[in-house]
Ligand binder design. Structure first.
Ligand code: AN7
Length: 405
């Protein structure tokens, strides 16, 4: 059994309440389980392949899942990249290998399944792109209409194409993501539409399976450090919860430090961590090439600040140039194609190693949250143009080898 609990005032709500924040104090809600009643079959856990629904006993739904086979993403050991950065053991968990090409699918398979369990008939979200793509496909699979609110002109085309092709009603808002989120919250409240942004605690339950899978893929051991980009700050919170639950259940016996990376032009969580402030100060005009994390007022920041501090982790910012350099390194040293936001994790790792905050002997997992094909706009900025040649072998030889006699 499980229920919802406010992280601020402790008020409790039924698992079937249609509620996103505490009705007493507006605090964020957590899904709380009675862990002593959950029996884990360790033999099954050790033999079955990782996937979101492998961990169904730790997920808040009973009904048959709306699934497109999400999770089970590769955990690559990245020796060439590790060497370049100067650490000994680096893994990259490539969440770009999910059905729509981002980690959001984990949250949506669980969130949409829960929404059906709750009897909801229309789904909505605001998005910098990936959330809308994920909601669009799970809405399509479930046969439920989807509405998405996007910041006009600031969503990568691959993501927009997914939302459109899978049949969502797409509204481009003349405003930024934070404006879109405030509006969709009002819309959902007024129209009894189910809100599937990460303020919805059930969505984060799906995303905590990233933590389960990392432990699972490392032989039920936990890395020293997990690094990932922060936007709305849901994922870092969710993954921390996943690691905590495995520890509570005795499946693992330690917790990683959680490190969140933001872009320099959009980094309220980093500023709060560095100053020791209890809350973030929202930024009105966030800006970065990594449009996925162009968010000035992350709704889950209170949960994220707790997760980072409790785990002994930290937060750091990186420049757009550092993000693009890391994107190139992932692509060319490891064959891992990611969108700019995802590369922030590796850019942050590089910076923290240089600063001496990460020790070279620590085992690090970087999470790359979205696939390269989501957002190819940076490619033209950092890669050479294709060479146009005449259709004869001489021209081709000349283009490849230079002047040929
Ligand atoms: C590739 O799609 O917020 O800190 O609306 O797409 O959990 O928000 C996307 C976020 C990192 C940040 N990497 O995760 C959206 C949206 C990628 C992302 C994040 C996002 P959170």
């Amino acid at each position: 059994m499980y229920f919802l609990k406010c992280i601020e005032c402790g008020a409790e709500y039924s698992k079937d309440a249609i509620i996103y924040t505490c009705s007493k104090c507006d605090g964020l809600l957590d899904v709380i389980y009675n862990y002593s009643s959950i029996e884990i079959d360790m033999d099954k856990l050790k033999t079955e392949c990782p996937s979101v629904w492998k961990y169904a006993k730790l997920l808040p739904v009973k009904r048959l899942p709306v699934t497109l086979k999400e999770g089970g993403t590769p955990l690559y050991k990245c020796d060439r990249l590790a060497e370049k950065i100067g650490i000994k053991k680096l893994y990259v968990k490539h969440e770009g290998m999910n059905p729509t090409g981002s980690f959001k699918d984990r949250g949506m398979t669980v969130g949409v399944t829960k929404a059906l369990e709750l009897g909801m008939k229309t789904f909505a979200c605001a998005s910098t792109g990936n959330t809308s793509a994920a909601l669009a496909i799970y809405g399509a699979k479930a046969g439920v209409p989807v509405i998405v609110l996007l910041p006009a002109g600031k969503v990568a085309l691959g993501k927009l194409a997914q939302a459109l092709m899978h049949g969502a009603k797409v509204l481009s808002i003349r405003g930024n993501f934070d404006d879109a989120l405030a509006l969709v919250r009002t819309l959902c409240y007024q129209e009894n539409i189910y809100l599937l942004n990460s303020i919805n605690p059930y969505r984060l339950e799906g995303q905590k399976t990233i933590g389960f899978e990392i432990a699972d893929q490392l032989g039920f051991r936990v890395p020293d450090i997990v690094i990932l980009p922060i936007g709305n700050a849901g994922n870092i919170t969710a993954i921390h919860k996943g690691f905590k639950e495995f520890e509570i259940l005795g499946i693992t016996n330690s917790l990683p430090k959680m490190i969140g990376i933001q872009a320099e032009g959009s980094c309220p969580v980093v500023k709060a961590i560095k100053s020791g402030a209890p809350e973030i100060t929202p930024e009105d005009n966030p800006e970065t090439i990594a449009t996925a994390i162009r968010i000035g007022n992350p709704v889950n920041s209170k949960k994220a600040l707790r997760a980072i501090r409790e785990s002994g982790g930290t937060a750091e910012s990186v420049t757009d140039e550092e993000i693009l350099a890391a994107q190139m390194d992932l692509a060319r040293l490891e064959g891992i194609g990611v969108e700019p936001a995802s590369a922030a994790s590796v850019a942050g790792l590089r910076k923290l190693v240089k600063m001496g905050i990460i020790n070279i002997n620590e085992t690090v997992v970087c999470i790359t949250t979205g696939h390269l094909l989501k957002d190819v706009s940076s490619v033209g900025k950092i890669c050479e143009e294709p060479t146009v040649v005449d259709a004869n072998i001489e021209s081709i030889r000349k283009a490849i080898f230079g002047k040929v006699e």
